[in-house]
Write a protein that binds this ligand. Structure first.
Ligand code: ADP
Length: 402
């Protein structure tokens, strides 16, 4: 019989990203990864196996050809997987951006759950409908195989009222206008990894800085999220590649009233034209900004690290202390300069960096006498989803028993 494995899907508006991992509940191992993007425009498919057992694929289609929707994209992926891996998919884990207040843990999908996810579309109109389309496509492709929704919001659901409430009339909180926090699967993974890397830090007060195209920070006290920089949407918090981060809501009133911008134009401005791209006028990509001599690139980076330092101080205050700082995701894992800039301003919290270890990527990057320890730890949201999918569907226990 073919080896059992788990398929992890992350369906976006015009893409499906996938990963196949071994059905090992403790430490699922990545076997293959790839994506179909450009759905509805000029689709492209790329995929590779980690051990090189199959030729990597890079296929582009002309406009109007190739897969046109999530179903067709998934068929393309599955055809390739059947030839490249020949593994048996025993569970499917779906990354779902929003679980609202109801979904506080990974949940096995059925019609009622899918309907409940549909009710959350108004909270995440840019992502949730596509997540649901991916779920429907996978259920059609794998009838009878357990499918599990894993939520970016679930890890944050234990926050206090004061951490999640906006100071609006209460009825808005009651109808769901509150801070949800995102990147929860990444934070959950890091919290578990920290338990292996530094158990005493994991039992204490940690700020995790997930710095990628999307960026947020999370306060984790003894393994539990107590506050996060992202709010009602993934726009809040620190500036990101193209997203603005926290902004005075008065600016939005100005754009509406004085500049006569409509909601769509403001959405485009805040989600796609702001952040590092908007500040620099050069790029949303940190590598390009670091390579640039333009003063605007340096200013964009300075705004980014300034906001991150401020967020760390605020999150430390939320926990009434700080024992550990963890950097993760594309920028956090790969940019010694950003890490150094952030840490340089945090002496007052008891953090002293080790510049040599920081250049080497640690994992420990704080100096020997530093009261706060700092680490670089690679995140792995796919492994977290795979673990959840196997555990929630009961397959982890079955595989362990065999
Ligand atoms: P996403 O949020 O899309 O998953 P990633 O976590 O992959 O994003 O992070 C992408 C970001 O990481 C980009 O800004 C990219 O420039 C940055 N990055 C990747 N490698 C490096 C590097 N060596 N130095 C600086 N930035 C890097």
């Amino acid at each position: 019989m073919a080896d059992p494995c788990v398929l992890v899907l992350n369906a976006g508006s015009s893409s499906i990203k996938f990963a196949v991992l071994t059905a090992n509940g403790e430490e699922p191992e990545l076997l293959a990864t790839g994506q179909v993007d450009g759905l509805g425009a000029t689709p492209a498919f790329k995929a590779r196996t980690l051990d090189g057992r199959a030729e990597p694929v890079r296929q582009t289609f002309a406009a109007g050809e190739g897969p046109g929707d999530h179903d067709a994209a998934l068929r393309l992926v599955l055809n390739w997987l059947a030839g490249a891996l020949g593994h048996e998919i025993v569970a499917v884990g779906h990354r779902v951006v929003h679980g609202g207040t109801r979904f506080t843990e990974p949940t096995v999908l059925n019609d009622a759950v899918i309907a409940a996810l549909g009710e959350l579309v108004p909270l995440a109109p840019l992502h949730q409908p596509h997540n649901i389309a991916g779920i429907r496509a996978a259920i059609a492709a794998f009838p009878g195989v357990p499918q599990v929704a894993c939520f970016d919001t679930a890890f944050h659901r234990g926050h206090t009222f004061e951490a999640d409430a906006f100071a609006l009339p209460r009825r808005y909180y009651d109808e769901g206008v509150r801070r949800y926090g995102f990147h929860g699967l990444s934070y959950e993974y890091i919290a578990q990894r920290l338990g292996a890397v530094d158990p005493s830090a994991a039992a204490g007060k940690t700020v995790v800085a997930h710095l990628g195209n999307g960026a947020s920070l999370c306060a984790i006290d003894n393994g539990r999220s107590v506050a996060s920089t992202m709010g009602f949407t993934a726009l809040d918090g620190v500036p990101m590649g193209t997203r603005c981060g926290a902004i005075d809501p008065g600016v939005l009133l100005y754009l509406l009233d004085e500049r006569k911008m409509d909601a769509k134009a403001i959405e485009t401005l805040l989600y796609r034209e702001s952040g590092l791209l908007g500040l620099s006028g050069i790029s949303s990509d940190m590598r390009e900004l670091e390579a640039s001599d333009a003063p605007e690139a340096a200013q964009a980076i300075a705004c980014f690290t300034y906001a991150i330092r401020g967020a760390i101080a605020r999150l430390a205050a939320a926990m009434q202390g700080l024992d550990c700082l963890v950097f993760t995701a594309g920028i956090g894992e790969n940019s010694p300069r950003i890490r150094a800039d952030v840490m340089a301003g945090l002496g007052f919290l008891g953090l002293t960096a080790d510049p040599v270890a920081n250049e080497r990527k640690g994992p420990l990057i704080s100096a020997a006498g530093s009261r706060v320890r700092a680490y670089v730890i690679a995140t792995n949201e796919e492994a977290m989803i795979a673990r959840h999918a196997l555990a929630a569907s009961g397959i982890a226990a079955r595989v362990a028993a065999e």
